[in-house]
Design a protein around this ligand. Sequence first.
Ligand code: TUI
Length: 307
Amino acid sequence: MKTKITELLNIEYPILQGGMAWISEHGLAAAVSEAGGAGIIAGGNAPAEIIREEIKKARALTDKPFGVNIMLMSPNAEELARVVIEERVAFVTTGAGNPGKFMDGWKAAGIKVIPVIPGVALARRMERSGADAVIAEGTESGGHIGENTTMCLVPQVADAVSIPVIAAGGIADGRGVAASFMLGAEGVQVGTRFLAAEECRIPANFKELVVKAKDTDTIVTGKFTGHPCRCIKTKFSRALVQREKDGITPEEFENMTVGALKKAAVDGNIEEGSFLCGSIAGMIEKVQPAAEIIDEMFKRARELLKI
Ligand code: TUI
């Protein structure tokens, strides 16, 4: 399936795997790339040298292109921005900020740059700074989110910029892919469905939460901080939101949430972890190989699009 995104990234299917902190490591990224998509290693808050090792491990598993996601709020973002140049990764996606200051360096190194943007203004700014494409991410996504929905955001971004647009947020099957193309996207980014990939190394209880989730089973924490975060409803995340409603202080919030992503994604700690997840989890029914997920999604999308 050829689009500007398959051409840009030299991949077979126009699908990027979301860069999920503590989750998207070399095994999942390599599996997605081997299957013809664009695998992504998430930098998250990890030290840049750990990610350098992850890049090397992914290279040992696949000759196909993969990327690195740089979470711009990380204290290690600057160092990781250098490591991706040294390691000559094929492409970089960015999240949670404006990557403007890194753009020239990446472009000079021949790295394709694809920022995640939550709105039209930033999409325009990214195009002017030399981005190769943008990921328009709706509020349906897991993790740190903007306010606009995928349905509203994608066509507005597609109208505003000339570079290709990748839709993200709430896409987990062939209908989502087909709809994204109808909205003007030339590719999709999928995170939540890959939580249920066999190659995704999250704890079994996290996968079970995703597979068992219903349509109403995600909740947004941290709205008052300016960095809202969507996760699965658990006793912990419900209590956190209740505390926010009752007037939690920023310090108390910080104490309750420090390390919560790792506690969920690495330890499966149901008592204190934030199980980041998109609101499409209700559609996800089973754990299956990444290649099967991609094949299924694109077989159905092609039937619907009659291509
Ligand atoms: O970044 C994500 N998702 C994430 S990052 C993350 S780690 C984290 N945990 C708690 C609080 C904050 C971060 C977990 N999930 N998705 C991409 C994304 N980027 N969503 C929204 C944005 C975004 C927001 C503002 C991108 C740019 C932006 O620009 C503001 C500016 O500087 O103009």
